[in-house]
Design a protein around this ligand. Sequence first.
Ligand code: FES
Length: 133
Amino acid sequence: STALPYPRELVTKLSELVINQPLYFNYPDNRSPCVVIRRGREIKSGAGPDKDVVAYSTQCTHMGCPVSYDQEAEAFKCPCHYSIFDPDNTGQMVIGQATENLPRIILEYDDAEDALMAVSIDGLIYGRQANII
Ligand code: FES
């Protein structure tokens, strides 16, 4: 494969995450906004000792608008054309104009450091031909 390798980057200490409160970061470079959320219950694709941490690109897969995390709805909402994405089901689009799930940031948990590390992405960041450019 000619694909460039993903960087392995610290997202946050797990202990710094508050349940259901989004923390924004960039990955795999500083032009790619992302969000990490500790859900407080086990998620199929969740990371960490409780398998409850998920992370996604915040660029909507429809036209790239920034989605935000609605803490009451517990869903990502796009302000441009009202797509909604599910954090607990691999970023799947629930309703709206988008045709792709939100790209999911693959996380690994470093127990010794209490560190959540971003290591890869499942899905293509909006507007890119490759995630690593
Ligand atoms: Fe998000 Fe259109 S850009 S729904």
